[in-house]
Design a binder for this molecule. Structure first.
Ligand SMILES: [Zn+2]
Length: 149
């Protein structure tokens, strides 16, 4: 996904972005209260709230990445950027959102954590979904880094 969305970015930089995204799928981020980072929602959370939480997470994390880049911490900015765009990647997955893009309900942590990584790699988004996600990631990259470097 990252390789397809940001082909002009150096391979070593893309690896750091992937590292940040993978970090979001680690166990400590797998509770229902953190479902929004995967474009999902807790059972007690409305779709609107989950989407607002997700968008807030993306914006604040992108701003952190942008600040790191401005401070000359390019590698740290790349990892942070990977964290920020993780929900963008998950929202292309039919397992995470329904056909209308509404966040699905997160499973109990033990089940969700076990299934999450497997399902994420197996789910095949449509070409339109992939193109839209790639465009959002490119815009986010430009916002944080100003352009390929
Ligand atoms: Zn995820």
């Amino acid at each position: 996904m990252i390789d397809k969305a940001l082909p002009e970015v150096r391979a070593q930089d893309r690896a750091l972005i992937q590292q940040g995204s993978d970090y979001i799928d680690r166990l400590r981020n797998q509770g229902a209260d953190r479902a929004f980072v995967h474009s999902m929602r807790g059972a007690a959370v409305s779709e609107e709230t989950a989407l607002a939480q997700r968008n807030h997470f993306i914006v604040t994390t992108l701003n952190e990445a942008r600040q790191l880049e401005a401070d000359g911490q390019h590698d740290a900015a790349l990892v942070k950027f990977g964290e920020a765009v993780h929900p963008e990647m998950d929202r292309t997955s039919p397992w995470h959102v329904d056909a209308d893009g509404r966040p699905r309900v997160w499973m109990p942590a033990s089940v969700g954590a076990a299934v999450h990584g497997v399902e994420e790699s197996r789910a095949i988004p449509s070409a339109d979904e992939m193109a839209a996600a790639a465009a959002r990631m490119q815009a986010a990259y430009k916002y944080v880094f100003g352009g390929p470097k």
